[in-house]
Design a protein around this ligand. Structure first.
Ligand code: FES
Length: 100
């Protein structure tokens, strides 16, 4: 094993767990689309090298979903929808470009 220091200023984990409608799950409530929108915005803003967006399995608070978390800042965003994209990007901007 090697212990590394993350090369990213933040890592966004979007829960994309799907239970195929059998039980509430983020992936059944649009998180793949939300993740794609975030990735596109990160790329368009030139943040690709410092912000990573990844799928996550169940984060454990399904009833609060759709969920995403931002680490290492310990930010948890619940009940997320595509309409929240501007606010999500604003939060990431505060991390990536804190003086602007
Ligand atoms: S399915 Fe997303 S937190 Fe459990």
């Amino acid at each position: 094993m090697k212990q590394l220091i993350t090369p990213f200023m933040c890592h966004i984990f979007v829960c994309t767990k799907s239970r195929n409608g059998e039980k509430k799950s983020c992936g059944d409530e649009g998180t793949p689309t939300i993740k794609a929108l975030i990735k596109t915005e990160i790329k368009n803003r030139g943040w690709k090298g410092c912000v990573r967006v990844s799928d996550s399995g169940c984060l454990g608070l399904c009833a609060e979903g759709p969920n995403l978390v931002i680490y290492p800042q310990k930010i948890w965003l619940a009940s997320v929808s595509p309409n929240d994209l501007p606010e999500i990007i604003r939060i990431v901007e505060e991390i990536v470009e804190p003086e602007t």
